[in-house]
Structures are given as structure tokens and as C-alpha cells.
Design a protein around this ligand. Structure first.
Ligand code: FAD
Length: 265
């Protein structure tokens, strides 16, 4: 039977680039990741505390745990499923390495055998945001390093023959990744800005975009203030309808933790 927060064990870690670590997890027990099929598939995970190798799952599996819980809560964070293998038995998550985060510093010391908790592992409800209408021949995809795992997976799922512009801001030139897509994609990589190190230039890059002559869609995932600025630009200057864009705040500058994503409905 599914439990609210199921254990998953680290089976491999790989530093993809200086500020991105890919960790592969295997389900402990008979639960399987449900796979909602969307590129920015969200996963909420419980993380080992500093110095620990196992996340504390007991609190999350108490019957009284949930909305309104006032007891002590072990650390947990939002992430993206970058890839699913073996029918959901194994998943990959890409962790951004940044200053001063519980999840980020755990990712740097993670080793095979460490255990995290996966919330709602096989309850099949979707908690993703990406939703391009079928007629969108053009897509604008914008991300900082935290949005890059979702953006990479979205690109892999685009239709051949469609067009996209991907604007991506990463800490260093060495953090640029080679991404795959069947679509016709133009890439704008910005390095050294945003990502908690310097002001972001993502909003300024989006301001250079003009609306195409065909139905289109935009997906944005980055620091919350930047995502709000881009959302305003999409809605006002570019006149994009609410059902034709999703601009999501993935983290908030100088704010730690497990707050819900800012999706600006
Ligand atoms: C739907 C969704 C999907 C996400 N997917 C991913 C993903 O696939 N990979 C990923 O790495 N992150 C992802 N994130 C973002 C991630 O949840 C946050 O970055 C989270 O704050 C990291 O937790 P932490 O414990 O490392 O840092 P926290 O303890 O939360 O924060 C500590 C300090 O670090 C700052 N901080 C947090 N994140 C960053 C950052 N990326 N760069 C610079 N400073 C930062 C905070 O402002 C705070 O001052 C996602 C968020 C959402 C809402």
C-alpha cells in the first residue's frame, strides 16, 4: 500500500557541471514513481538533515500530519523529476549547487545508500505546470539553473517541426549543458548572472522577444521576483492569455524552504 512519504535510496551521483549534480534514486519497497508525462514534473522530497544520511520520514507518515500541522517538521523541498527509468523504479533529480541550502549541501555529500523521502510517490495526481495548447507552434522557454532540469525534459518532449526559443541563465560557462530536442530550438545562454550571484538578466532577454504571428505558449521557471517580472511582460506587453503561459517562482532570494511554488494564477 502507498504511504504518504516513501523511501528512495541513492544509487548514483554525478556532477553534470560545476553547479549541477544528478542523483539517481531507486524506490525502497514496491512503490513506483507514477510519471505524469509533463516535462516539469514536480517531486517533493524529504532531505537528510545536515550530517545525516537518512531523511526522517516518520513525522510525514503520521496520520495527523498535513495542512495545519504545528509540530516540528524535518526538511523537505520541491524538485523536478529529470528522468524516469524502469517503469518508475528509478528516477533522476538534478540538484543545483548554491550557497547555504540544506538540500544543496546534502546533494554535494550524497552517496549511494543515503535515503530520502518521496511524497505522494504513486498517488497519480499531477503537480506540474507546463501545459502548451496543442496549436502552439512556437514556445518560449525561460529558466535559471533550477528550471533547467524541467526545461531539458520539456525540450525532449516537443513535437518535431515545432519551434522554440530557450533562454537559460546559469552560474558559469561550464554550466551550459547540451540539450536534446526533436524541435527547431534557438538557445540563448546567459552566464554569470542571476542564480543568487548577481541580478538576473532573464527579464531583459524576454523583453527582446516579439510576439510571433502564430499561436504560442511560454513557460518560465526561475527565482520568484524574476518570474513575476517576466509574467507581467508576457501579460501586458506581449498580450499573452493566462492559459498560454506558466511563470513559476522556483525559489525566493534570501528565503529558505519548502514554501509552495509561486504560480501567479
Ligand atoms: C516546482 C519546483 C521545481 C523545482 N525543481 C528544482 C530542480 O529540479 N533542481 C533544483 O536545484 N531546484 C529546483 N527547485 C528549486 C528548489 O526547490 C529551491 O532552490 C530550494 O530552495 C533549494 O533548497 P535548499 O535547501 O538547497 O536551499 P534553502 O534552504 O531553501 O535556501 C537557503 C538559501 O539559499 C537560497 N537559494 C535557494 N535556492 C537557490 C538557488 N537555486 N540558487 C541560489 N540561491 C538559492 C535561498 O534564497 C536561501 O537564502 C524547484 C522548485 C519548485 C517550486
Amino acid at each position: 500500500m502507498a504511504i504518504p512519504c516513501a523511501p528512495a535510496m541513492v544509487v548514483g551521483t554525478r556532477r553534470l557541471t560545476p553547479h549541477m549534480i544528478r542523483i539517481s534514486f531507486e524506490a525502497v519497497g514496491d512503490w513506483r514513481w507514477h510519471v505524469d508525462g509533463r516535462g516539469d514534473e514536480r517531486i517533493d522530497i524529504a532531505i537528510p538533515r545536515p550530517g545525516a544520511t537518512q531523511a526522517e520520514l516518520d513525522v510525514f507518515n503520521l496520520p495527523e500530519y498535513g495542512r495545519g500541522w504545528v509540530g516540528e517538521e524535518p526538511p523537505w523541498r520541491h524538485y523536478t523529476v529529470r528522468a524516469v527509468h524502469d517503469g518508475g523504479r528509478r528516477i533522476d533529480i538534478d540538484f543545483v549547487v548554491h550557497e547555504g541550502g540544506i538540500a544543496s549541501s546534502w546533494a554535494e555529500r550524497a552517496e549511494p545508500g543515503h535515503v530520502i523521502g518521496v511524497f505522494g510517490a504513486d498517488d497519480r495526481h499531477t503537480s506540474s505546470y507546463y501545459g502548451a495548447p496543442a496549436d502552439a507552434g512556437f514556445q518560449l522557454l525561460v529558466a535559471d539553473a533550477t528550471g533547467l532540469p524541467g526545461l531539458g525534459r520539456i525540450l525532449e518532449g516537443l513535437q518535431a517541426g515545432s519551434r522554440a526559443v530557450a533562454i537559460i541563465e546559469v552560474p558559469d560557462e561550464a554550466d551550459i549543458q547540451e540539450l536534446q530536442s526533436p524541435a527547431d530550438v534557438s538557445y540563448v545562454w546567459r552566464t554569470g548572472t542571476g542564480n543568487g550571484n548577481a541580478p538576473s538578466v532573464l527579464a531583459a532577454e524576454v523583453e527582446k522577444i516579439t510576439a510571433p504571428d502564430e499561436p504560442w505558449y511560454a513557460w518560465v521557471a526561475c527565482e520568484a521576483a524574476t518570474s513575476r517580472a517576466i509574467r507581467r511582460d508576457l501579460r501586458t506587453r506581449l498580450g499573452l492569455a493566462r492559459d498560454r503561459h506558466h511563470a513559476i517562482g522556483y525559489w525566493t532570494h534570501n528565503q529558505s524552504g519548502d514554501r509552495p511554488a509561486d504560480v501567479g494564477e
